[in-house]
Design a protein around this ligand. Structure first.
Ligand SMILES: [Zn+2]
Length: 320
């Protein structure tokens, strides 16, 4: 074989490998023949600042039961605090709803001045970690800033719930995930309860003139490309859905007792990837209510009231 033919073969092989790599990465075409990265997870809080890519290289790992915490080496105390909080969160979900949240992982990210967001393009192990972006100027989680604690006590239980539920339905699952976040805040960080509730109310108020919300309709997925990264955006309608779906479950707990939610989760677990309709049928059988009809016509004014009246201590919610 001539050296020229060998060179052509080698280049051809490299190009084919590159092509496959691009396919595997599910990159999305941009203008001028460039590609947008489709991240596995991202968290953006200020799109006028830089997006940082988070990679496992150089991070330490803390394994504790079903949890994994990745952290830059100076932050071992913070990693241990997060692992401890995750164990407490697991206990709340287990005791209140008989739900085993299972495996969950977190990556600690040191907040920088120019940082407006973080993303993971891919991660070698599953589940892909959730971010805890913080200044790290704390060693006890109880002394951490509110956004850090809200992430741990409200967002982590919500995301952990998705890892075990994986229903085909949309808002019923989001609502249960929200409800789990709410009961964890109630029990483990009651001082955050008001902030959490107000955040959900604010999103509902944005679409208040619409009067009602249909929780049987899945929101449209919309994306933007920012710095070559493809990011899912949240419309006001979708944003409000979290508050509405939380209110739906808070109302079920208030009128029928939390035991109904526990029974609902147990029955739903026995089905593989149940649809929204199947889930609604289970809940109708348990409550005797027309759940599908209720989901279709959630009154937004009533939603605001339910969120307002949701108790920030756990005792009053558990009693029917
Ligand atoms: Zn969710």
């Amino acid at each position: 074989m001539s050296s020229l033919r060998l060179l052509v073969l080698v280049i051809g092989g490299v190009l084919a490998a590159l092509f496959f790599f691009l396919l595997l990465k599910e990159r999305h075409p941009l203008s001028q023949g460039r590609f947008a990265i489709n991240p596995e997870v991202f968290f953006v809080w200020d799109d006028s600042k830089k997006l940082y890519k988070i990679e496992p290289n150089g991070l330490e790992t803390l394994y504790q039961g079903p949890f994994t915490v990745y952290f830059p080496s100076p932050y071992q105390p913070q990693a241990e605090e997060v692992a401890h909080a995750l164990a407490q969160i697991l206990q709340v979900a287990q005791r209140r709803l008989s739900l085993d949240l299972g495996a969950f992982s977190v990556v600690l990210v040191l907040l920088r001045e120019d940082m407006g967001g973080v993303f993971i393009e891919s991660w070698p192990t599953k589940p892909v970690p959730q971010f805890l972006v913080s200044s790290m100027k704390w060693t006890k989680l109880s002394e951490a800033p509110r956004p850090t604690r809200l992430m741990v006590y409200a967002v982590f239980p919500h995301e952990a719930a998705h890892l075990v539920l994986m229903w085909e339905g949309h808002w019923l699952e989001e609502g249960i995930a929200e409800y789990i976040g709410f009961i964890v805040v109630q029990e483990l960080a009651p001082d955050l309860c008001q902030t959490y509730r107000e955040g959900r109310q604010k999103d509902v108020r944005e679409i208040l003139p619409r009067g009602t919300y249909d929780l049987t309709r899945e929101p449209l997925q919309e994306f933007v490309v920012h710095e070559g990264i493809r990011l899912k955006t949240t419309s006001p309608e979708e944003g409000a859905g979290y508050g509405v779906s939380l209110a739906f479950w808070l109302q079920i707990a208030r009128e029928h007792g939390e035991t109904i939610i526990r029974q609902f989760v147990e029955q739903a677990k026995s089905l593989s990837q149940p649809t929204e309709r199947e889930l609604a049928r289970i809940l109708s059988n348990l409550t005797g209510e027309d759940i599908w009809g209720k989901l279709q016509r959630m009154n937004l004014q009533e939603v605001l009231q339910i969120l307002e009246q949701a108790p920030c201590e756990s005792s009053s919610l558990t009693a029917p």
